[in-house]
Ligand binder design. Structure first.
Ligand SMILES: [Cu+2]
Length: 195
């Protein structure tokens, strides 16, 4: 059986070669993988794939490796978040940012002003010549069961926004659109390596 350390090395190598998913066959069944097929929210053709892989750190913290590859977006930085509902039609059905609490609030512009500290808040994806890849790691949510699992009753989705997330910390002031504004693309997150 492979060690976590060797798994991480294999994963890091595999992430570089995404969106291919050849590495999935080498993963033990205990590794949690989820994917989302990216679809456009509007008329512009946007395609892509999100791959989430949960591996425990050496200290046992659940870490989720995030890889998002997308084509067809305008060049520049686009906000990326895990949203609270596993629906993309229409893209507004994905709801607000995933933020199960205990004191969470999903709305980026709500009086509770929890952005950019929602569980589902991620880094921007940078698009160059119509192609973007985001590689990041988060421990704000999990794929496995628990209080922070994105696989709650109504699932979760990933949204790529039209604009850049400025990681605005509202601190009592309403700043509409600073979390990325309109929704360009959406993908329903499902368990497993292939969709
Ligand atoms: Cu969002």
């Amino acid at each position: 059986m492979k060690t976590v350390k060797s798994l991480k090395i294999a994963l890091a190598a595999a992430l570089v070669s995404l969106p291919g998913l050849a590495f999935a066959a080498d993963m033990p069944e205990s590794v949690n993988i989820a994917t989302a097929k990216i679809q456009s929210c509007g008329e512009n053709p946007v395609t892509g794939q999100l791959v989430l892989t949960e591996l425990p750190s050496e200290e046992g913290i659940k870490q989720v490796y995030v890889t998002l590859a997308a084509r067809g977006l305008a060049d520049g930085k686009h906000a990326v978040h895990i949203h609270e509902t596993g629906k993309c039609e229409p893209c507004s059905a994905a709801g607000g940012h995933f933020d199960p609490g205990p004191h969470g609030h999903s709305a980026p512009d709500a009086p509770e002003y929890n952005h950019p500290f929602h569980s589902g808040d991620l880094e921007n994806i940078e698009v160059i010549n119509g192609q973007g890849i985001l590689n990041t790691i988060t421990n704000r949510f999990t794929l496995s069961e628990g209080r922070l699992s994105i696989f709650d009753e109504d699932g979760a989705s990933v949204i790529i926004h039209a604009e850049t997330d400025t990681y605005c910390d509202h601190e009592g002031e309403l700043t509409p659109g600073c979390a990325g504004g309109a929704r360009d693309a959406c993908g329903i997150i499902r368990r497993g390596a292939a969709q």
